[in-house]
Write a protein that binds this ligand. Structure first.
Ligand SMILES: [Zn+2]
Ligand SMILES: [Zn+2]
Ligand SMILES: [Zn+2]
Length: 290
């Protein structure tokens, strides 16, 4: 499968409106961070999305998205759902299922109440089917497993994405030396401030971890860089990408931060020959193939 980071920025997006800081004024394309979202393409043609932020339409055009089979929501904060109306052209022929936990789906229904009103016809509305889920969802050969995490006081979801391979069944089912090895699995955890113990088990040891990391200073509702990287070390993913990043640091400075973290912890960098770890900030349009 292929993952595309559609956006790697925190709630206000980078550049922040009206901000004069060096990051918001950076000319480097890697410092332009749209609202956080992930596009997933399965090997059998499945197309899915995690979150529909305010820039969804622009991100979808940029990434060449022409079709979607499902949308998976982490939670209903504005920076994660307010682009939902823009899935209209993609839901014209087949209504799109939108998955989330109860709280998220209820809040989404409230925010987009017009979608569910019989009275408004024409003028164009997205055709979506809200689905409250607590168990894995199959989408063709892909499986999306909800991962309950804490976002401050809120109970939100991360998602584990696995791809069935012809001879092994679900990749995560493979066991190596008694440790769950999930070579085909990716985990997306944004807006996370705590991962409950039971969710650690669901996460297992994915090949790829995309994890929210706001900044170096602590925040009540988000992991800091250090907290996210510590969680990544515990999880043991081979490739770690930080996302939902604010405007405190340039991309290059966060790369350095990650390198220093790895050095301090004695973590060997991946060199393409197998083994080692990658820890780096994500950026918009980054593609990860696994
Ligand atoms: Zn957010
Ligand atoms: Zn700024
Ligand atoms: Zn949030």
């Amino acid at each position: 499968m292929k993952l595309t980071i559609l956006g790697s920025g925190t709630s206000h997006g980078i550049p922040v409106l009206g901000c004069d800081c060096p990051v918001c004024h950076s000319e480097d394309i890697l410092d332009k961070r749209m609202r956080a979202s992930l596009y997933i393409e399965g090997d059998s043609g499945e197309r899915a999305l995690i979150d529909t932020g305010p820039e969804f339409r622009l991100q979808a055009i940029r990434a060449g998205i022409k079709r979607l089979d499902g949308i998976f929501l982490t939670h209903a904060h504005a920076d994660h759902v307010h682009g939902l109306d823009d899935v209209r052209p993609l839901s014209r022929e087949t209504p799109l299922p939108v998955y989330g936990n109860r709280e998220t789906i209820e809040e989404m229904r409230e925010r987009f109440s017009y979608i569910f009103k019989e009275t408004q016809q024409g003028g164009g509305k997205p055709r979506i089917i809200p689905r409250v889920v607590s168990k894995p969802v199959a989408l063709g050969g892909l499986t999306f497993t909800p991962i309950p995490v804490k976002h401050g006081m809120l109970d939100i979801l991360g998602w584990k994405i696995e791809e069935k391979t012809a001879d092994t069944g679900t990749a995560a089912a493979k066991k190596t030396s008694g440790v769950e090895a999930a070579p085909g699995a990716a985990v997306y955890l944004t807006d996370t401030s705590e991962i409950p113990a039971a969710s650690r088990e669901i996460i297992g040891k994915p090949a790829v971890l995309i994890i929210g990391a706001l900044r170096t200073r602590p925040a009540e509702t988000h992991f800091s860089f250090e907290q996210a990287l510590n969680a990544a070390v515990e999880i043991g993913a081979a490739e770690v990408y930080l996302t939902h990043i604010c405007h405190d640091y340039l991309h290059g400075e966060i790369v350095e931060y990650c390198q220093n973290f790895m050095e301090e912890r004695g973590l060997k960098a991946a060199n393409g020959m197998g083994g080692g770890v990658t820890m780096t900030p994500a950026y918009d349009c980054l593609e990860i193939t696994l």
